[in-house]
Design a binder for this molecule. Structure first.
Ligand code: C2O
Ligand code: CU
Ligand code: CU
Length: 519
């Protein structure tokens, strides 16, 4: 992708107007590595109870997570960084619930009225007539009624608030909440507006997986950080342009820390990993190439563990991974991304008795049969190239956000969506509300399709990887391929969205509304 490369290529920073005035970016490789312990985000505490919106006689837990400005240190030797986030930490406090336990969360917007990151008023939804600072919270992976889903246009400004109702009627899984405000979502999430949300259930309890101090959340976000400690977001070099097609920072933060270390005992640990980055994909491995057992994906446990030494994770995706350090007493291992160390793991010397287990059967995942689908939609992922002063945009099915809703699945029915990726990028495609299964991926002749309107497959259909065979909510649509997903549209009737989870794409038209209609 030409423009994307340009925007992030070395040397770009020097030409970037704002960075000429701003202090230079820190180079993580120049910092002392592994001097800060990995922070664990605090658990959200309920502030009381309130009547359930649906059953007034029932009191449900009430949480309040104000969105405001705070500062925290990403590294011992870097001055404190300003963040905008939930409840005073980046990532925000982790909300933990049991399956079926209803909760209410209030999300007050207590932010300043001026944004500190570069807003592009030419982007749909971020025009000059809109307040600069707006938020709306989405629970990614949550089976949430439309009023509480955080529809991108339901943003509210500083001084306003919203109370959302989460019913948690879904399998145990690692979900996450994050900002979804139309046209500035990439900036808000980068500023720190994200946090974890864990759903637990009895099936998961029965497996006796590592828990407590042996269950480690790991939120991975890359950032550009200046020598004064402040976040940087680049602007386009195009005359008058601001929006850039993708963001990649050199500073990879784990739970908000740069190059942290983690002390572990020689026993099993369960890592709950979220890629909360705007655009970066990670390829995670241990420096000793040791095995990792992936036990779950976006929407919860797989049917059986999958042994891997390399884990790929796209923006928005989650991984549930067990690593056994029993044979590595006294060793130091480094968690790497593309061979670059991002966290040190120090294994204690004294053997311990590990009470946890790693069952070979986790939970049954019935395969949704293609014959169950009542409809197949072919939806293109397109790149519309730069013309004159307009930067390129990515579109879904050739349509912009404001065009009439074209995807209207009936509640309770199953559909197959064929994501025809005509671009050179992998786009992580996410559907709100529902969970999906990946059917297959198959290459096709892109030029023939684009220029001759002829559709021709050029390979056999490749089934999903073993670690993609569980329930997902975000799927990597490979370049030059058709990725087929099967989706039961269960939940609630109403308006939701589907979009690319590269936030720069999402903010600039690679998002579409869809509507679940009553059957
Ligand atoms: Cu993770 Cu529409 O979002
Ligand atoms: Cu979502
Ligand atoms: Cu994309």
């Amino acid at each position: 992708m030409k423009a994307g490369l340009l925007a992030t290529a070395p040397g770009f920073e020097a030409a970037d107007e704002s960075s000429r005035r701003d202090p230079p970016l820190i180079r993580p490789e120049k910092l002392q590595a592994f001097v800060d312990p990995l922070p664990i985000p605090p658990l959200a505490k309920k502030t009381g109870t309130r009547p359930s919106p649906t059953k007034r006689s029932v009191q449900v837990p009430y949480y309040r997570l104000p969105i405001h400005e705070f500062a925290c240190k990403v590294h011992r030797d870097v001055p404190a960084t300003r963040f905008w986030g939930y409840g005073g930490s980046m990532p925000g406090p982790t909300i933990e619930v049991r399956r079926g336990e209803e909760i209410l969360v209030e999300w007050p917007n207590e932010l300043p009225r001026k944004h500190f990151l570069p807003i592009d008023n030419k982007i749909m939804g971020a025009e000059r007539d809109k307040p600069e600072v707006r938020t709306v919270v989405h629970l990614h992976g949550g089976r949430v009624p439309p009023e509480s889903d955080g529809y991108p246009e339901n943003w509210y400004e500083s001084g306003k608030s919203a109370i959302y109702h989460y019913l948690n009627d879904q399998d145990a899984a690692l979900l996450w909440y994050h900002d979804h405000a139309m046209g500035i979502n990439r900036l808000n999430v980068l500023a720190g507006m994200l946090g974890l949300y864990v759903v637990r259930d009895v099936l998961e309890d029965s497996l006796n997986l590592p828990k407590g101090g042996q269950e480690i959340p790991l939120v991975i976000t890359d950032r550009m950080i200046r020598e004064d400690g402040q976040l940087h977001y680049p602007v386009s070099r195009r005359p008058g342009g601001i929006w850039v097609p993708e963001f990649f920072g050199d500073a990879v933060l784990l739970n908000g820390k740069l190059l942290p270390y983690l002390d572990v005992e020689p026993q099993r640990y369960r890592f709950r990993i979220l890629n909360g980055s705007n655009g970066r994909f990670y390829h995670l491995a241990l420096s000793d190439n040791g095995p990792m057992q992936q036990i779950g994906t976006d929407q919860g446990l797989l049917s059986a563990p999958v042994k891997l030494s390399l884990l790929t994770i796209a923006p928005g995706e989650r991984l549930d991974v067990v690593i056994d350090f029993a044979d590595r007493a006294g060793e130091t291992i480094v968690l790497q991304n593309d061979a670059v160390g991002i966290m040190q793991i120090r294994v204690g010397r004294t053997r311990v008795n590990d009470p946890s287990s790693l069952p070979q059967k986790l939970r049954p995942i019935p395969k949704v049969l293609e014959s169950a689908a009542v409809k197949t939609r072919r939806l293109t992922l397109d790149e519309v190239d730069t013309i004159l002063d307009d930067p390129m945009v990515h579109l879904l099915d050739g349509k912009r956000w404001h065009e009439p809703i074209s995807e209207k699945p009936a509640l309770g029915t199953t559909e197959i969506w064929e994501l025809v990726n005509t671009t050179d990028d992998t786009h992580p495609i996410h559907l709100h509300l529902v969970r999906l299964q990946v059917l297959d991926r198959r290459s096709f002749d892109v030029p023939a399709f684009l220029y001759e309107k002829k559709f021709k497959y050029t390979s056999e259909a490749i089934p999903p990887d073993a670690n993609e065979t569980g329930w997902k909510d975000t799927v990597r649509a490979a370049p030059g391929a058709v990725t087929r997903i099967i989706v039961p549209f269960d939940g609630y009737p109403g308006r939701y969205v589907w979009h690319c989870h590269i936030l720069e794409h999402e903010d600039n038209e690679m998002m579409r509304p869809y509507e679940i209609v009553k059957a």
